[in-house]
Design a protein around this ligand. Structure first.
Ligand code: FES
Length: 104
């Protein structure tokens, strides 16, 4: 069953940045875009074992820290070699000054 889970306060993620969020044995990456929107994906790269929160956010792209693979964090779409498998995405929202993601 899906449920909304509080990740952090709004100010805890800088604009155009990402944080790691561990919950219930899983790891997520939660992003704040340059236009102040929030997004969430799985926290591990689909190529090899690397935490995306250690990578760089550039506009709407997360660049993996290990081999510089890139994903569009809004859709999860892999944007070229070496990544070819899309990331899973999760709905995100802001409510009462906190960021929530919906986890199935
Ligand atoms: Fe992410 Fe290789 S582990 S691109």
């Amino acid at each position: 069953m899906a449920r909304w889970v509080e990740v952090c306060k709004v100010g805890d993620i800088e604009e155009e940045d990402v944080i790691r969020f561990d919950y219930d044995g899983r790891t997520f990456a939660v992003y704040r875009s340059p236009d102040d929107m929030y997004f969430a994906t799985d926290g591990l790269c689909t190529h090899e074992h690397a935490y995306l929160a250690d990578g760089f956010v550039i506009d709407n792209i997360i660049e993996c820290p290990k081999h510089n693979g890139r994903f569009d964090y809004r859709t999860g779409a892999a944007k070229g070699a070496p990544v070819c498998v899309d990331l899973r995405t999760y709905p995100a929202k802001v409510e009462a000054g906190s960021v929530f993601i919906e986890i199935a």
